[in-house]
Every structure is written in structure tokens, then in C-alpha cells.
Unconditional design. Structure first.
Length: 555
């Protein structure tokens, strides 16, 4: 394809990135609403993330297992274009299934909540296939050396979806009229606000999925694109991942069963649930360490997992997606909690917010990711050195202006100024990193650790915006981790990419774990799990550099 065709194809491709962001970020508003509407605990509300992100893992794993069985790459056989089309059709089915799933739903009808999870799981399965195809598709639309920059551009569009998603969903559920917490609770209890309002939204989303599938199918500017690399079997890796899936299903399955018919859980049952969640987390970490150690002794049967940068990178993607999702998924509950009933303040010392008032803060968090990804995409346009320096300063604030426009009148002047300071810190990080993935990951992982620690040990707007800054610091991590993880993999690059997509599993494990910690201890202290995730990402930056330097791989 010529350059103009590449640009047209990329413009068509990024539409699916928008959908991923819109739906994923909408969960940040949907989760606290579900907790109020269905009268469930914090862990149960996080099952929205579990259903959505576990589908990514199972979908990518199923594709790999089938490819292993047929001894050929199924996605490569059908082509990236058809892979995206089929993924869109699956997601459309999930969106349309949402309509009958919540028909006639009323407040407190917990059974309907599990129907909702089923529909979201189907949407996530479609997203899994789309993402497995779309990431290498974007890289293939031009010089591979600038592939990460195209991913950043697509990620910027994805983040625009994450910015407006919470606002649209809040508008659909709650309307445009601000409500007090008491008014909102009363309206839900009286069925004046119903879950069925989501039906129209998901019908619309389903229609858009079908429209996008048609656009991809009939577009002559989009090539089929296939990877000529032969499928590389990895039986040991396959068996390990299947065993991991079974352990996770066993842990969550048992936890689900303990909620059936249980009105009030005692401390012993709650502790058992927490232990099982830690077992699921431990299974992921152990799987990575086993693969790394075993492959070092005998790499036959491990495929891409014989490369330590890939195996450790899988855990890095797990932690990255986990921390990115869990910060915002539990933020709604943090802002709703009452720590001081007399003063009506939450644990941060801020006024208690209701479900409708949380949306702008969720939007601001995801907007932080948009800011960083827009900056990361600057290189795609090949600016001169001098212009690039100015763009590194101007683009973040232009992106922030878009966020303010979308959320017009929702933030105070003080809040705007505080976030401007957070953006300035991010800009300094970009200048210091100098487009080097290792430096970038080191700097932003360190800032992530610092930000969450400030949130844990402070109060008021300082604490709130310390947590919100996590979006700014997560924004640029995906391409950095992805680049370092697949560096030097050669013929195993495609397989390694599929393994990395599987580790979006972090979004299914980390948020429910934090939710259960919040149920047993406190919502603010539960953010220690975010500190641990950022800490591993910092460790990975050092380990990846050492491994790649030893292999003589440039990155």
C-alpha cells in the first residue's frame, strides 16, 4: 500500500480502539451503580471487570489452543481484517444480549446482575479477538520501526473513548439533573431509576459494532494482511496456561457459590474468599516463575516463553492492566464511602459523592491516559526536534482542554490547577525519558508508586488527585512493555504478542482482589495493591534492560 492508503486504513482501524475505550471506561460508572442498585458488596461489584477482562484471557487462550491443535495460526489463516470483523460480530451479539438480560430488572434483583456479567463476557470475547488482530495490524500498516507510534495514536483514540464513555453512561442512567446521595438512593429504591435504561445504550452500541463490521468488510482500503511466520508449537506453555485458567475458574467459582443464598457473610467466610483471591493471584505469579525457570533449563516446548523478557513482560502486562483498571474501578466506592458521618466526609476528607457525581472524576482519570497517549503519538507525524519539544508541552494541555470541554463546568478552578500540576510532572517525565522505553517505564512506574503512596497517606484533593494521576502515569506503559517484551523474539514475535494479550487477565484478578480487601479492611488501604503493581513494573524495567543487554538486543 502507498502512504495515503496506509493513513486511510489506519483511520478505519482506530474505530475499534475507540469502542474498547468507551466500554471499558464505562465500567467505572457502571460498577458503583450496580453496587447500589443490586445491594451487593465491593467484591461483587468488581465482577464487572472480572467478566470483561477474563474474557480477554479465555478468548486469546482458546485461539492459541485451537491453533496448537490444528498446528497452524488460525488468525493468520483468516487474516487480521477478518479477525477484527468476527470480533466485532461477537461483541455485537454480547451487546444485543444485554437487552433481554436486563428486561424487567428491578432494584435488588441480584440474579439479573449475573445475566449482565454474561453479556459483558461475550462483549469481552469479541474484544479479545479484535485486540489480538488489531495490534499487529496497526504495526503492519507501515515501517515496523514506527509501529509503536501507530499504537500510541490508536491508543489516543482509545483514550478519547474512555474519556467520554463515563459521561455518556452517567447521562443515560441518571439523566442530566444532579442528584444528592439520598435522592439517588430513594429513586433507585422506588424504581424511578432503572437498570433498563441501559438497554437503549447497548442496543446502540450493538448497532455500532455491526456498522463497524460492515465498514471493515466493504472497505477496499483495508488489506487482509497476514503474517507469513509459520505457527510455532509450544505445548508446555499451552498446558501451563490451561492449568492457570482452571485454577482461576476454581477459585472464583467457589467464591461465587458462597454468595448463593448468603445474606450476611461472617468474618471466617470473608477471609476464605480473600485467601482464594490471593491463590488466584499467586497462581499467575507462580506460572510466570515456573515458565521462566523451566525454560532456562530446557526451552523445548515453551515457544516464546523461552525468552525471559517475554515471560517477565507477561507479568508486567498483568500488573499494568490490573493497576490501570483497579484504580478507577474502586475509586467510585472511595468517593461514596462515609468515614465521618457527622461531617458527611469520605475517607479522603472530601464531601461524599453519589453515583451520578462520580462520572467526571472517572472521566478525568481515563482522560489522563488520553493525554499521555496523545503525547506518545507525536512521533508518528515526524516533527522536527524543535517542534517536538514544543508539542511535548502543548499537546498535553490541548488534550486536557478536550477533557474540560467534555466535562464542562464539572470541575472547580482549584481542581483544574491541581491536575495541571500533575500534567506538568508527566511532561517532565517525557523529557527525561527521551523516547527510550526502559527510561520511560522506570520514570512512570516510580511516579505511579509515589502517587499512590501520597494518596494513601494524605487527605483532601491532594489524595484524590494523587490517585487520579495514576492515569497519567499508566498512559504510556503499554507500548513500552510490549516493545521490551517482544524485542529479540524473531519468529516467536506473533506468539509472544498473543501471550501478552492473554495477560490482560490482570484486569480480571486485581480489581476483585482490591474489592475484597476493601470489604474486609477499608477502601483507602486497599490501594496498597496498586503500589505493589507499580513496584513490579519498576522492577521489570530494570530486569528487562539486564536481559536484553545480555542478549545483545537493541530496543
Amino acid at each position: 500500500m502507498d502512504n495515503n492508503q496506509n493513513k486511510s486504513a489506519l483511520a478505519t482501524l482506530v474505530t475499534v480502539f475507540f469502542f474498547w475505550g468507551f466500554i471499558a471506561a464505562s465500567n467505572g460508572v457502571f460498577i458503583p451503580f450496580c453496587k447500589t442498585y443490586f445491594d451487593i458488596d465491593q467484591f461483587q461489584s468488581q465482577l464487572v471487570d472480572f467478566a470483561f477482562y477474563f474474557a480477554y484471557f479465555l478468548g486469546a487462550l482458546a485461539l492459541f489452543v485451537l491453533s496448537s491443535s490444528f498446528k497452524k495460526d488460525i488468525l493468520n489463516t483468516i487474516g487480521y481484517k477478518k479477525g477484527i470483523i468476527y470480533g466485532l460480530l461477537i461483541s455485537a451479539i454480547g451487546a444485543l444480549v444485554m437487552y433481554p438480560s436486563i428486561a424487567g430488572a428491578e432494584q435488588g434483583d441480584t440474579v439479573v446482575f449475573y445475566y449482565v456479567l454474561g453479556a459483558l463476557f461475550i462483549v469481552g470475547l469479541g474484544f479479545s479477538l479484535q485486540q489480538t488482530a488489531a495490534n499487529p495490524f496497526a504495526i503492519a500498516l507501515g515501517d515496523p520501526k514506527t509501529g509503536s507510534h501507530r499504537l500510541n495514536l490508536a491508543g489516543g483514540i482509545n483514550s478519547f473513548g474512555t474519556t467520554i464513555g463515563p459521561i455518556v453512561v452517567a447521562l443515560v442512567i441518571f439523566g442530566s439533573t444532579p442528584l444528592s446521595g439520598a435522592e439517588l438512593t430513594a429513586m433507585i429504591e422506588n424504581n424511578e431509576i432503572k437498570l433498563t435504561t441501559i438497554q437503549a445504550l447497548y442496543l446502540g452500541v450493538g448497532a455500532l459494532f455491526l456498522l463497524a463490521a460492515a465498514l471493515f468488510h466493504f472497505s477496499k482500503k483495508l488489506p487482509a494482511l497476514k503474517n507469513d511466520t509459520p505457527f510455532e508449537p509450544a505445548n508446555k506453555a499451552r498446558n501451563l496456561l490451561i492449568a492457570l485458567a482452571l485454577v482461576i475458574l476454581g477459585c472464583f467459582g467457589y467464591i461465587f457459590s458462597t454468595y448463593a443464598g448468603t445474606a450476611v457473610a461472617d468474618s471466617s467466610l470473608e477471609n476464605t474468599r480473600l485467601i482464594l483471591l490471593f491463590i488466584a493471584l499467586f497462581a499467575v505469579v507462580t506460572s510466570v516463575l515456573v515458565a521462566n525457570k523451566s525454560a532456562a533449563k530446557n526451552n523445548i516446548g515453551w515457544g516464546a516463553m523461552k525468552y525471559p523478557q517475554l515471560v517477565l513482560g507477561m507479568l508486567a502486562i498483568f500488573c499494568y492492566v490490573g493497576v490501570e483498571v483497579t484504580i478507577q474501578s474502586n475509586l467510585g466506592e472511595l468517593l461514596k464511602q462515609v468515614a465521618d458521618a457527622a461531617a458527611n466526609l469520605n475517607p479522603l476528607g472530601l464531601p461524599v459523592l453519589d453515583d451520578a457525581q462520580i462520572a467526571p472524576y472517572i472521566s478525568l482519570y481515563w482522560g489522563g491516559l488520553m493525554i499521555g497517549r496523545w503525547v506518545g503519538a507525536i512521533t508518528v507525524f515526524n516533527p522536527s526536534t524543535g517542534l517536538k519539544k514544543w508539542l511535548l508541552i502543548l499537546v498535553p494541555y490541548v488534550a486536557f482542554g478536550v477533557i474540560l470541554l467534555v466535562n464542562f463546568g464539572k470541575y472547580t478552578t482549584n481542581e483544574i490547577l491541581i491536575f495541571c500540576v500533575c500534567i506538568a510532572i508527566q511532561i517532565v517525565g517525557f523529557f527525561l525519558a527521551k523516547d527510550n522505553p526502559v527510561k520511560t517505564l522506570k520514570i512512570f512506574a516510580s511516579l505511579g508508586v509515589l502517587g499512590v503512596l501520597i494518596g494513601l497517606f494524605s487527605t483532601g484533593n491532594v489524595a484524590l488527585f494523587a490517585f487520579l494521576s495514576g492515569g497519567l502515569f499508566c498512559s504510556i506503559m503499554w507500548p513500552c512493555i510490549f516493545t521490551l517484551s517482544i524485542a529479540g523474539l524473531g519468529k516467536y514475535t506473533s506468539q509472544g504478542s498473543a501471550f501478552l494479550v492473554m495477560m490482560i487477565l490482570g484486569g480480571a484478578i486485581i480489581p476483585p482482589l482490591q474489592g475484597k480487601i476493601a470489604d474486609i479492611f477499608s477502601i483507602q488501604s486497599s490501594y496498597w495493591i496498586a503500589v505493589m503493581c507499580f513496584a513490579y513494573l519498576l522492577l521489570y524495567a530494570f530486569r528487562a534492560k539486564a536481559v536484553l543487554d545480555k542478549q545483545g538486543v537493541t530496543y
